[in-house]
Design a protein around this ligand. Structure first.
Ligand code: GDP
Length: 335
């Protein structure tokens, strides 16, 4: 396929062409150096057309019903006139290997809807790379006119933190299971949660879901120590649709509160600032790995540090010095 000029690609993305949105996302997902350069040029053209979407993170332990929920919620939002994009942060990519077919099956109704764009997580790779790709894909989708972006995360570890740093509202799907009141909601994550919805409140499970929501509400109030700061805990069923409208209302309310307090702008500014440093760190590490001096010295230094004949701090210093020499004599150039 011939490579489109970046300006033309940007234009087609802004016009909403699905084909070009796909191509633009493929470009921003690539870590190939030449592609990165084109991606940066593309994003520069797209960014002025971004920022107006409602960005919502959807988290929850595997099996909580994230895909089912996103599918049902997405369809509702489209009925309300929204255009919905779904992206994911899943560095493990255990579930579908990132195949579109996988997500088509998972989010059947949404993936085939004209008003939606479901992008599977780029497969595998380290979290930093996946988070970058997701964040940039989100910008492409916003520029293409998607006004709701749902960012899904596997409910484990650092990917939740990464997602909470790219959305306005962080929604957590809870799951009623007897005896493990706060299981899956670790303190660090809890502080980032804006709305909790206990899913699968249907059939025989409805009562248990309500009890769990009540317990969770109490426990969260204890942890925050202030009921005004305690996120709302609701119940819903992605199957029957019960409670989904209320969950969306809670998301909008949270966002409205942020806007009224001027904190939405603040939140996004903070996110941009930490993003700046995340990118810089990643680039510096990448540059370090590519530095010929570092490449040459690393095996020996690693061996000595492992054997205990060289301390890690000294070893680290030697690596930095090897890198600095490459920078100084121009052997290394900016990627
Ligand atoms: P994910 O791993 O969080 O994405 O969870 P899935 O969306 O794949 O759902 C896990 C399982 O829970 C599947 O078998 C779903 O059919 C089921 N499930 C999801 N939402 C609901 C719900 O609202 N009610 C019930 N009863 N089951 C649900």
């Amino acid at each position: 396929m011939p490579e489109l000029d970046v300006a033309e690609l940007a234009e087609r993305v802004i016009a909403g062409s699905r084909l070009h949105v796909s191509r633009a996302i493929t470009l921003v997902e690539s870590s190939h150096q030449a592609h990165r350069q084109r991606a940066r040029a593309l994003l520069e053209l797209l960014v002025p057309h971004t920022g107006r979407a409602i960005r919502v993170g959807v988290s929850g332990v595997p099996g909580a019903g994230k895909s089912t929920f996103i599918d049902a919620m997405g369809v509702r939002l489209i009925e309300k006139g929204h255009r919905v994009a779904v992206v994911a942060v899943d560095p493990s990519s255990t579930r579908t290997g990132g195949s579109i077919l996988g997500d088509r099956t998972r989010m059947g109704a949404l993936a085939t809807s004209d008003g939606a764009f479901v992008r599977p997580s780029p497969s595998g790779g380290h979290l930093g790379g996946v988070a970058r790709a997701t964040r940039e894909s989100m910008l492409v989708l916003e520029a293409a006119g998607y006004d709701v972006v749902l960012v899904e995360t596997v409910g484990v570890g650092q990917s939740e933190v990464a997602v909470s740093e790219m959305v306005d509202t962080f929604l957590m799907l809870g799951l009623a299971r007897s005896g493990d009141q706060l299981q899956g909601i670790k303190r660090g994550i809890l502080e980032r949660v804006d709305v909790v919805a206990v899913n699968k409140a249907d059939g025989d499970n409805e009562g248990a879901a309500r009890v769990y929501a009540r317990e969770l509400r109490g426990a969260m109030r204890m942890m925050t120590g202030d009921s005004a700061k305690t996120p709302p805990v609701l119940t819903c069923s992605a199957y029957t649709g019960a409670g989904l409208d209320e969950v969306w209302e809670a998301v909008l309310e949270h966002r409205q509160k942020l806007e009224e307090a001027g904190s939405l702008t603040q939140r996004r500014a903070d996110q941009q600032r930490s993003w700046l440093w995340a990118l810089t760190e990643a680039s510096v590490m990448e540059a370090l790995r590519r530095s010929p001096g570092v490449k040459q010295a690393r095996a020996e230094i690693e061996a000595q540090v492992a054997a205990g004949s060289l301390g890690a701090p000294e070893g680290s210093q030697l690596l930095i010095e090897a890198f600095a020499r490459d920078v100084a004599d121009g052997t290394w150039t900016t990627p």
